[in-house]
Design a protein around this ligand. Sequence first.
Ligand SMILES: *[C@@H]1O[C@H](CO)[C@@H](O)[C@H](O)[C@H]1NC(C)=O
Ligand SMILES: *[C@@H]1O[C@H](CO)[C@@H](O)[C@H](O)[C@H]1NC(C)=O
Ligand SMILES: *[C@@H]1O[C@H](CO)[C@@H](O)[C@H](O)[C@H]1NC(C)=O
Ligand SMILES: *[C@@H]1O[C@H](CO)[C@@H](O)[C@H](O)[C@H]1NC(C)=O
Ligand SMILES: *[C@@H]1O[C@H](CO)[C@@H](O)[C@H](O)[C@H]1NC(C)=O
Ligand SMILES: *[C@@H]1O[C@H](CO)[C@@H](O)[C@H](O)[C@H]1NC(C)=O
Ligand SMILES: *[C@@H]1O[C@H](CO)[C@@H](O)[C@H](O)[C@H]1NC(C)=O
Ligand SMILES: CC(=O)N[C@H]1CO[C@H](CO)[C@@H](O)[C@@H]1O
Length: 505
Amino acid sequence: MMLSKLVLSLCTLFFFLFTLRDVEAAPLSKKHKILTLPLTRLQQRRTDLHPQVLLQQHINRGHRRLALMSDSGIGPTDEELRASLHKRVHACHPNETTSELQKRYNPYVHSAVESLDTPTLNLHEDGSNSSATSSASAASASASASNRFTDAEINALLNGGVTDANTPTANNSLGLDILADDVGYTSIIEIGTPPRQFRVLMDSGSADLWVGSDNCQAEGGGDCGNHTFLGEQRSSSFSTFNEQWNITYGTGSVSGVKIADDVTIAGLALTSHSFGIAEVESVDFASDNTDFDGLMGLAQSTLSNQDFLTPVESLAKNGLISEAITSYKISRLADGKNDGEITFGGLDETKFQADTLVTVDNISKQGFWIAALDAVSVNGTDLKVEGQAAILDTGTTLLIVPAADAETIHSNIDGATSDGQGGFLVPCTTNASIALTFGGTAFAIDPRDLAFAPLDINDPTGMCVSGISSGNVGQGEWLVGDTFLKSAYFSTNVDKNQLSLAKLA
Ligand SMILES: *[C@@H]1O[C@H](CO)[C@@H](O)[C@H](O)[C@H]1NC(C)=O
Ligand SMILES: *[C@@H]1O[C@H](CO)[C@@H](O)[C@H](O)[C@H]1NC(C)=O
Ligand SMILES: *[C@@H]1O[C@H](CO)[C@@H](O)[C@H](O)[C@H]1NC(C)=O
Ligand SMILES: *[C@@H]1O[C@H](CO)[C@@H](O)[C@H](O)[C@H]1NC(C)=O
Ligand SMILES: *[C@@H]1O[C@H](CO)[C@@H](O)[C@H](O)[C@H]1NC(C)=O
Ligand SMILES: *[C@@H]1O[C@H](CO)[C@@H](O)[C@H](O)[C@H]1NC(C)=O
Ligand SMILES: *[C@@H]1O[C@H](CO)[C@@H](O)[C@H](O)[C@H]1NC(C)=O
Ligand SMILES: CC(=O)N[C@H]1CO[C@H](CO)[C@@H](O)[C@@H]1O
């Protein structure tokens, strides 16, 4: 019974993780940018994605991003990525036809499957009912001192949604609200006259601001979902350039027109700021279940597809802040503190230990935020990894590191195993302390974040998918997302082309 439950849950649970966990929002080169964004809250539609498939998704996204972030831009083709995915899918469901598998794994593009939307999870082979609520209580019932997964986390894992941050006390700051289970981070800004509120994903790995247009259409038909939209009829300060812009994503694209309108961020009012509205959105943005209306890229505008200043550059240029600084306190749902915050024009000194602040030069030639990675250690022992640079990206959920580095790291974590196909599992209770050294200071990842999510939601002290995935494209670059950034205070400065990290207060 235990064995069959475990085996089945491996084949049922992971659709959630696939849909929830992977926020990877960075454009990749000036000419060819790709974003991959989360498919939040689609998880209740199907419950049968195999963890192997989840891992392949992460690996594919990592490969694609790293390939495009690297100067050569040479990476696996879509066909190769699809082939790897299909191999994994077929390995898990050997007796299903390709069209059955397509329905299984692309439910959101198959309206027939959309109609199966149901809050009921079937985690048990015997068919006993296990709704999201009862799963959460099952998890909490089996909770022990070593179960790190809080009810709030399990609930967010199953149901997505946004957890609002407290109102910041620092000047020029917005709350950074948590998307699902630490999948991404959003804030509310105001646009237009009269001003209306938009929820945007705050992304240090891209450089364009956009929200949906009143005329927005989902790719493949339909509207752009239950979101707030912008257009000339809604705002007397709206103006258009009649020029197109677009960004190509891992799974689709956003395209639209360049416009200008008044934008207020943390009480700082930009008059007629130039940005984009999206007239066509891929389904992962257009879905009702996507809990944000647009995206704010906060890398350097040299990366901008729209060829506009980023909001923080515009704030500095207009003298509303003294330097184009963006600072992030990325919060962790499990802490229950809701203390996420983004600060413009400076750092919030209440959020970090001043004597631990290190500032390093940005080594990106393109406008990403990339720091030299001095060392990586487990429990203080230097692993001598090959990775040399880290792209710090609030818009990526996990860490994606070269395969050799992923092997080295996991071989040093007690109880960690490879899944044999490039993915890694760690004990959910792991206490291993993995630290990344920047500017001479080691910043440790909280072990809770290393244990990405339980393989079996009813066994939260068993094995977990690792927060460190393998992606072997690029030149030793690590893609360092929220799994790491939750454990540090992070700040970027466009004017000085530098970035800073500090230990949290
Ligand atoms: C697939 O079909 C074969 C032959 O009918 C059967 O022996 C096997 O058990 C099936 N595998 C699964 C996973 O259902
Ligand atoms: C399972 O439980 C949910 C929530 O209590 C309920 O809505 C659903 O109908 C149940 N499903 C079955 C098959 O009993
Ligand atoms: C906010 O700015 C005002 C005016 O510069 C200053 O007096 C106040 O101390 C600042 N508040 C905080 C929390 O930094
Ligand atoms: C649309 O979104 C709003 C705010 O997020 C929510 O209150 C409302 O219930 C949603 N409506 C539908 C039809 O989903
Ligand atoms: C995207 O924008 C680029 C640059 O403006 C343009 O060359 C290209 O044709 C656009 N692509 C699409 C699909 O609109
Ligand atoms: C981690 O530490 C906790 C508390 O000290 C302990 O209960 C747990 O067994 C440890 N986990 C491992 C894998 O050693
Ligand atoms: C690292 O330290 C933790 C906590 O003391 C311990 O549980 C773990 O086994 C150590 N790992 C290694 C590889 O030494
Ligand atoms: C301030 C600074 O050192 N900026 C550097 C950022 O990285 C680029 C590319 O390596 C350098 O050219 C800049 O000098």
